[in-house]
Ligand binder design. Structure first.
Ligand code: ZN
Ligand code: ZN
Length: 325
């Protein structure tokens, strides 16, 4: 596994030829295979996954409605088809001209969100989403302490267009030696403003036609320059930088908005990605979540220009989330 940088842009790739051996549970026509016995994330197949790192036992407080009665509600372990490895060397070398590269060093984990093969995150209860956010917080806390780890990336892929290869609902956690370029770009752009621009965006969008939902601690809105159909951002009202800074009430508030947003995406049966942005300790970035439904396909124009043609305005998207369409 190798990390390579573009000749001169701050654009990186990871070469991971092992990834092509992943099982694919979506066929070309995007029908789900429902062969539970073959699913390594299903209860009964625990021995087929890499060693378990942690679990939420079924006796805990997580809502058990409609999920099978098994020993666990959520469990997490190393990703068998990791695209980073702790055996790689984190050192990046450069010939000083065009070739900059290093080992794709890191830790790649999977959090299975439910013992049910058939339920998706959007079918679960708010309490389950809350528990999941607590797990993310715990994983970031633990993984950031590992040597040469500078950022823990948390994201969820849902559906074939969202890039998931397995039907069974899960989140991926990738502890990485670099601050991802997009996170760095956001930090640097925010630093050019007087005060936190996200705190101001919160205030402005809370009164805009792009507002979707709010509660006492958080807001969900369709961003002004949405790149995806029905793109949604969720952020805490308080200037929270990291998972660790989130209070119980804020976690509960975020979980409620995620739960509300996903139940709307369920109605569209939309593939989506859910991305968690937060600040490294030494920097300052307002914690936020981006949900990017994958209903449209980017084509040549988008790839050449990085300018996205979006056929659903954020104002329309917000009406959809507010049940006004
Ligand atoms: Zn399964
Ligand atoms: Zn802020």
């Amino acid at each position: 596994m190798e990390l390579r940088k573009d000749y001169f842009l701050d654009r990186w790739i990871i070469l991971s030829e092992k990834r092509k051996d992943r099982p694919r549970q979506f066929k070309r026509e995007h029908k789900k295979e429902d062969n539970h016995s073959a699913c390594v994330f299903c209860p009964g197949n625990e021995s087929l996954t890499p060693t378990e790192i942690g679990r939420v036992p079924s006796s805990s407080n997580v809502s058990a409605s409609a999920v099978p009665n098994t020993a666990w509600q959520m469990r997490w372990f190393a990703n068998k088809f990791a695209f980073v490895s702790s055996e790689e060397n984190p050192k990046v070398v450069s010939d000083g001209k065009f070739f900059t590269y290093g080992g794709a060093y890191g830790f790649h984990e999977v959090v299975v969100e439910t013992p049910s093969h058939d339920l998706q995150l959007w079918d679960l209860q708010k309490a389950d989403v809350e528990k999941l956010l607590e797990i993310y917080k715990g994983r970031v806390e633990e993984l950031i302490k590992k040597p040469s780890i500078n950022y823990v990336v948390i994201f969820k892929n849902h559906g074939p267009e969202g890039g998931t290869s397995l039907v069974h609902s899960h989140t991926q956690v990738v502890a990485f030696s670099h601050i991802p370029p997009l996170v760095r770009e956001k930090i640097d752009a925010a630093a050019k403003h007087t005060g936190c621009p996200y705190c101001k965006i919160y205030e402005v969008e809370n009164k805009s036609p792009r507002k979707c939902f709010e509660n006492s601690h958080a807001l969900a809105f369709a961003p002004f320059a949405s790149r995806f159909n029905y793109e949604l951002w969720i952020m805490p009202q308080r200037h929270v930088k990291t998972f660790n800074d989130l209070t119980k009430d804020e976690i509960s508030a975020l979980a409620e908005l995620i739960h509300g947003a996903l139940s709307k995406l369920k109605a569209l049966d939309a593939s989506y990605n859910m991305l968690f942005f937060y600040s490294p300790d030494s920097d300052d970035l307002h914690f936020h979540i981006e949900i990017t439904p994958r209903l449209a396909t980017w084509a040549g124009f988008e790839f050449l220009t990085d300018v996205i043609v979006n056929s659903v305005s954020p104002e329309t998207a917000a009406k959809f989330y507010r049940n006004e369409l």
